[in-house]
Design a protein. Sequence first.
Length: 165
Amino acid sequence: MRLQTSLPLDKANLIVAQALVLGRKAGLLPLTVVVLDAGGKMVAMQSEDGSGLIRFEIAFGKAYGALGMGISSRLIRDRLSERPTFQAALATASDGRLIPVPGGVLVETADGITLGAVGISGDTSDKDEYCAIDAVKTAGLVPEPADPAPDWKTSSLSDHYPAST
C-alpha cells in the first residue's frame, strides 16, 4: 500500500534547504525550519548549529497555527492583536501549539490548494517569514502570504525588547 502525500519529501527538503541558504545570505541568526503536510504531520525539519532549544517548538507552532487557521501566522497576529480573549481561546484549543507571529507560511499550489505549511524561528519574525516565503517560491510552489513584510530587512530584535537601563 502507498499513501498519497500532500507535500512530498523532496519539496519539503528543498524548502528547508533553501530557507537555510537564504538565512545565511541575509546574515540571520541560526534558524530552525519545520515543514508540515496538510494534515499537520512533520515532513522535514532542520535546526542550524547555535539555534535555541525551543526554536523547534516555535517554528512548529507557526506552521501548525497557519494550517489550523488556514491563514498565515502574520495574518493571525494581525487579526488577533485586538482580540486577546480569542487568542487565549485558540491557544487553549491548540494545546498551546499556535504561535501567532510571522514566520508560518502556507504552501499552496497555483490553483490555491493548501499542501502544507512551513514555520521558521531564529531571528525576527519578519526575517523568518521572508526565508519561508522565498523558499516556498524556490520549490515551485505558492506561499501565502505571497510577499514578505516590506520592511523585513530592517526588523530588529531590539525593536521588540527595550534596552536595559
